[in-house]
Design a protein around this ligand. Structure first.
Ligand code: ADP
Ligand code: NA
Length: 340
């Protein structure tokens, strides 16, 4: 009953990095050939933790520029920012009343971000997955390309969809609507780069919110910065293993081999076939060259687009208009179902 529609979002909350690119943005491009695609700059998610307003405006354009520079075509895809389509907030409120407190409190990302001080974080940080469910389900998206870190949130989206369909089953039928009003969305998590780790600590994921900018390759880093960060990346002293199984228990080595595999469209097995037994002195420069070659064209285009605010703003305005048309159609039904 549902068209094959993809939705994904990125927060404008700091430097976009290699993890965002390999885990999400790069995968947005080929999906345009096979699916209806909607890509969103989720600025309302970003303010769950404090954002300076001018930084937020700049970062919003930066994420949109990254989408376009990576190959998202704003004519074929809908590209917009979340706050411009107010239906996201409206549906999120309904979902706040469908989801249970315990579901939110169990989310590992909330526990990680809140730390020991969970009484002092914003209420929005706790409710974040409810807004994410609204982002996806407003468009009745059937698939969501995300990194592995978002898997648990996506399961919660599925739980919210199922509970809404069930709680309101009678009303949905009374409105003459399909019993599966909201789809049970599938995650698209695939390839060797579903979870890129920090270059400083193989146990932490590469993240915008890591205080050390040496921990991530920013999509705006120049060739020199990329090379330096890779060459200084923390590793154990052993050479690369002879077989891919030898990467087990070697988080940093596994991460760098995974990055190489993703950037060269190879498997880790193929990378090990080439570099197994070689030392870091051989592997790191090769990885640095590969990263520079793969990222530089996008980086240059991103820098050009960031300066061209008129073009970016026009793309976001047009995208918001097209997104709003779909979102409002869903909300007309939701309001009737709920009894508003
Ligand atoms: P961040 O966690 O850096 O703030 P977001 O929450 O905005 O990034 O996530 C945007 C997208 O990038 C999501 O699809 C997320 O799964 C993906 N992503 C974020 N960090 C990584 C990573 N280290 N490896 C792979 N994908 C990632
Ligand atoms: Na994240």
């Amino acid at each position: 009953a549902f068209t094959s529609r993809v939705f994904s979002g990125i927060q404008p909350s700091g430097d976009l990095h290699l993890g965002n690119y390999l885990g999400a943005i790069r995968r947005f491009v080929p999906l345009q050939d096979t699916h209806e695609t909607i890509y969103c700059v989720v600025d309302m998610h970003a303010i769950t933790v404090w954002q300076d307003p001018d930084d937020l405006r700049r970062a919003t354009r930066e994420v949109a520029a990254a989408f376009i520079a990576a190959g998202v075509d704003p004519k074929r895809s809908i590209v917009f920012n979340q706050s411009q389509v107010i239906q996201h907030a409206e549906l999120a409120w309904v979902f706040n009343c469908v989801a249970r407190m315990g579901w939110m409190q169990r989310m590992t990302q909330f526990k990680d971000k809140a730390g020991k001080n969970s009484e002092a974080v914003s209420l929005g940080l706790l409710a974040y997955p409810s807004l994410m469910a609204a982002d996806i389900l407003l468009y009745k998206a059937t698939q969501v390309p995300v990194g592995d870190d978002q898997k648990q949130h996506l399961e919660l989206t599925r739980d919210i969809a199922a509970k809404f369909n069930n709680d309101y089953a009678k009303s949905i039928a009374d409105q003459g609507l399909d019993a599966e009003f909201f789809p049970i969305t599938e995650p698209l998590i695939a390839g060797p780069a579903t979870r890129i780790m920090s270059l400083r600590d193989g146990t932490k994921k590469m993240s915008k919110s890591d205080p050390s900018d040496q921990s991530r390759i920013s999509l705006l880093d120049d060739a020199d910065a990329i090379s330096k960060k890779i060459k200084k990346a923390t590793t154990d002293p052993e050479p690369l293993p002879e077989t891919v199984e030898g990467l087990a228990g070697r988080a940093e080595a596994d991460n760098l081999v995974g990055i190489y595999a993703a950037l060269s469209d190879k498997t880790k097995v193929e990378v090990i076939a080439e570099y197994g037994g070689k030392g870091w002195g051989a592997f790191k420069p090769a990885l640095a060259d590969l990263a520079v070659a793969q990222l530089a064209p996008m980086s240059n285009e991103m820098r050009r687009l960031i300066e061209d605010t008129t073009t970016i703003d026009a793309i976001l305005r047009d995208g918001a208009e097209r997104a709003r048309a779909i979102a409002e159609k869903t909300m007309v039904d939701v309001r009737n179902i709920v009894g508003f």
